[in-house]
Design a protein around this ligand. Sequence first.
Ligand code: ADP
Ligand code: NI
Length: 222
Amino acid sequence: MNTLEATEQLAAIESYTAQKLADDQTGHGLDHIHRVVTNAKMLLAEEPSASYLLTLSAAYLHDVIDDKLVANVADAQADVERLLTSLEFTADQVQTIMLIINNMSFSKSLTDDQQPLPLEGQIVQDADRLDAIGAIGITRAIYYGGHHSEKIYDPKIAPRQNMTKAEYRNLDNETIINHFYEKLLKLPDQMNTPVAKRIAKNRQKTMTTFLEDFKAEWNGLK
Ligand code: ADP
Ligand code: NI
């Protein structure tokens, strides 16, 4: 018998994520999750055929199985499946949420075994990618790069092209500025929904202006 309301299911998922990501210092913390949920709600308003419950559940859970954040991905996946089942999600709903969170990341898009995302997954992927660009995206890249001892910039190190997932994860010789050319400036073209595409255009300008100013100041101009 179904006894839980969607709001109760989402509140329980939110506290599960809060507990899992409480100590994160790599830009995947709870503040990121809350911005992704806010972005997803905004995109949902324009996509009435998408399920609100599945979209927001995946938004809350999308980083708790990330191989950068958990020691054992299979254990983390099984734990999320147990949580969802205990919250009365059907087997189909659990399967859809797992498919979304396993296939939506930028690093997954660098592999050739990525599954197509249902509309709910396309919304969460856009919501996550919007939080990686613009002013917030600049801040997160600097925060992540500092945490991982990246150089700010080195004009002698060229940005990498056509990276595999393993190369993307390898931070040797990575610089914060190169991360923009390797990933962040490419995200606006990869948005799924019309609203995310429009917002991403503005955020792209914020990043290109930042990069122009950065290089001018690096060279002692202005
Ligand atoms: P995904 O989970 O989609 O594969 P990541 O987890 O790698 O993406 O990225 C999470 C955040 O950290 C993003 O804001 C991203 O721009 C930033 N980031 C990832 N790798 C780097 C890097 N090498 N240097 C600076 N920032 C990075
Ligand atoms: Ni994320």
